[in-house]
Design a protein around this ligand. Structure first.
Ligand code: RFL
Ligand code: PHB
Length: 391
């Protein structure tokens, strides 16, 4: 293996893979170092909704062919409150749509194009460590099959998610973090049954939030808000379906097709931002720098906009010998991130049951939902954030 590359990418999630492909198209060499195995990465069930900006980037990366064929364009979504569904017409209100196509499939397609072009990925790279990032000669080391490896590079892209090593490599005295942890989680189930409705249904119910989503015409993804101390093993499929039905409107509860779950997991909900997203020659992108609660479907889409800014900046560096994009990266990315943080926080507090909320809080929540259903301006604000703010 060559002992030098242009950009070392840590993490083979959507951020790392997308960045790798966009740089490869521009003739920039990369290596991806991934802690887990390929099967492990492909087994993770996560996001399902892509903004047009993310769709365009995946296309640009040369990985859009199956998404074009199998992805489901959605013109709107429904919000159910008090047992009544209200539609938010994205297309009518903003002229834009979103694409329902699972993160697992995006990851799969990006891995396929990376393999086809022969760009290197090291899976099961243990103890990845970043050295000398504040100098012009950074290095990255890791262990593979018991052997310590090292590579020199021009830049390191930290695309290694919330628990990765990259953010922890930044000096504590330059990093500021902002966080909100929510007092509940989402219990998600994947099932090979047709979705209950053509569009997603976000449900606000006194028993807690629920979401009816999908991966295809034959595979559905459902979530219910749960307590943080609950364990997946305590949730049999029957218990899950009963709980979901109790939160749905009468028609959806009657039409819901249930079956044996093929995946079931609990995700905690958190808002988190680390600033700045650059130190020396290390750049953070995606969940390595920020987390949103899944309510606004923004996690994967923010990873895509970070990668758009970072890939442009790196290409500018190599093509035009200009560092203007690299110098502006953190500020540019954070300006968009904070707007998505705000939207995800707002959707979360609008639709969930907060265990410590007062009577006043619940009245305000109801007033906000009723205002949303009655106001085109409020619906437009939701729609333009959901379909994605411009890059
Ligand atoms: P990822 O997808 O976490 O990928 C990071 C990759 O880095 C690897 N890694 C390391 N590699 C080398 N050395 C180390 N020390 C490493 N540490 C970690 C990891 O194994 C992994 O492969 O981050 P990326 O690429 O920035 O992508 C971001 C998206 O994955 C994320 O925003 C969304 O999936 C968030 N998210 C959801 N977003 C939605 O919009 N809707 C959802 O329903 C939704 N569900 C979820 C989610 C995130 C979850 N996490 C992170 C716990 C459900 C879960 C469980
Ligand atoms: C999903 O399909 O997993 C999904 C969709 C919309 C969200 C969150 C998750 O807001």
């Amino acid at each position: 293996m060559s002992k030098r590359t242009q950009v070392v990418i840590i993490g083979s999630g959507p951020s790392g893979l997308l960045l790798g492909q966009l740089l490869h198209k521009a003739g920039i060499d990369t290596i991806i170092l991934e802690q887990k195995s390929k099967d492990y990465v492909l087994g993770r069930i996560r996001a399902g909704v892509l903004e047009q900006g993310a769709v365009a980037l995946i296309e640009e990366a040369g990985a859009g062919e199956r998404m074009r064929r199998e992805g489901l364009p959605h013109d709107g979504t429904e919000i159910c409150f008090g047992g009544v569904r209200h539609r938010i017409d994205f297309k009518g209100l903003t002229g834009k749509t979103v694409m329902v196509y699972g993160q697992t499939e995006v990851t799969h397609d990006l891995m396929d194009v990376r393999e086809a072009c022969g760009a290197p990925t090291v899976y099961e790279a243990e103890d990845v460590a970043i050295h000398d990032i504040a100098t012009d000669n950074p290095r990255v080391t890791w262990t593979k099959d018991g052997r310590r490896e090292e590579i020199a590079c021009d830049f390191v892209a930290g695309c290694d998610g919330f628990h990765g090593v990259s953010r922890r490599t930044m000096p504590a005295d330059i990093l500021r973090t902002f966080e909100r942890v929510y007092p509940f989680g989402w219990l998600g189930v994947l099932v090979d049954k047709p979705p209950v409705s053509e569009e997603l249904i976000y449900v606000s119910h006194e028993r807690g939030f629920a979401l009816c989503s999908m991966r295809s015409h034959t595979r559905s993804r459902y979530y219910v808000q749960c307590n943080l101390d609950e364990k997946v093993e305590e949730w049999s499929d029957d218990r899950f379906w009963d709980e979901l039905k109790s939160r749905l409107d009468t028609r959806a509860a009657a039409e819901l097709q249930t079956g044996a779950s093929i995946e079931k997991s609990i995700a905690p909900l958190r808002s988190f931002v680390a600033e700045p997203m650059r130190h020396g020659r290390l750049f953070l992108a995606g969940d390595a720098a920020h987390i949103v609660p899944p309510t606004g479907a923004k996690g994967l889409n923010l990873a895509a906009s970070d990668v758009a800014y970072l890939s442009q900046a790196l290409i500018e560096h190599y093509r035009n010998r200009s560092d203007a994009g690299l110098d502006a990266y953190s500020q540019r990315a954070l300006a968009r991130i904070w707007k998505a943080e705000r939207f995800s926080w707002w959707m979360t507090q609008l639709l969930h049951n907060f265990p410590d909320s007062s009577g006043f809080d619940r009245k305000i929540q109801t007033a906000e939902l009723e205002y949303l259903f009655s106001s085109k301006a409020a619906q437009t604000a939701l729609a333009e954030n959901y379909v994605g703010l411009p890059y």
